[in-house]
Design a protein around this ligand. Sequence first.
Ligand code: TF8
Length: 337
Amino acid sequence: KYLVKSLVMALAAASLASAAGSAVAADFKPRIIRFGYGLSEDSNQGRAVKFFAEDLAKRTGNKVKAKGFGNASLGSDIQMQNALIGGAQEMMVGSTATLVGIVKDFGVYDLPFLFNNEAEADAVLDGPFGQKLAAKLQEKGLVGLVYWENGFRNLTNTKRPVAKLEDMQGVKLRVMQNPVYIDMFNSFGANAVPLPFSELFTALETKTVDGQENPVTTIESSKFYEVQKYLSITKHVYSPWIILASKKWWDGLSADEKRVLQESAVASRDFERKDTRAAAGKAIDTLKGKGMQVNVVADAELARMREKAKPAFDKFAADGGAEVLKELQGEIAKVRK
Ligand code: TF8
């Protein structure tokens, strides 16, 4: 009995030693990754970047370090994408919606009322569809690692609660720099004004625009309650974030470095989705506490919006997106079964 026990212990010790040995032997160069993002440090985005950095440091014995730059201090999503392509910045997280200037097909995620819930989105984004779309970034100089959750988007404005389609009439609404959003909100009767997120708070504060749309987590962490009165729960689009790396930089990494970056990206994704969903569950109460007036838009009205958005679907399809739209709808149908 004693022999068996000591044999087991010896084996365990040996496997521990070899695990430690392989970590030491792994090919990690001391590196500092500039990891940019648009929201504040204490947002769900900031927390997940911090998680990623800590996870990566652990996996590389502190050799590969990610330094987070929040609040768009390295630039807007689009500016950062260009810095990655040029090799002036290593990594970022941002909205897939802002990638449409690089890979048009990304606009497919922005069409309204596609996903019914987060589980459907996870399955499609992490599955072959999401992977295939992300892979299209490679030839443009970007490596798409994983999707994080931004979340279902809702409307805020200073004019009136949006309870029905007509309430959006004439509301100057900031949207992301993406034709699907512009077409969709114009077809709802709003005046869509595309702006980078980094300019949004000021635009609301100075009343350059009346409203905006984002997940409740962002409405809270970006303090939009200070400059917006009405929050209308529409969940009109499920909005993903994507972790991007500079392809120029990525190609110079060792196989071990690429592997741990991918592992940390996956770990951060799992952390981020959990954390975001917990935060979203509490955000509406917090926003009410901050003085926002909240209404939930009725299903029948959402169905009218879905109907009104038809031109945005048609235009996206006619503009070369027919195939990717059909593929996405097919994947969602599969997941639903
Ligand atoms: C938006 C997006 C943003 C994100 C973030 C800056 O409205 O939802 O919150 O792109 O990464 O612009």
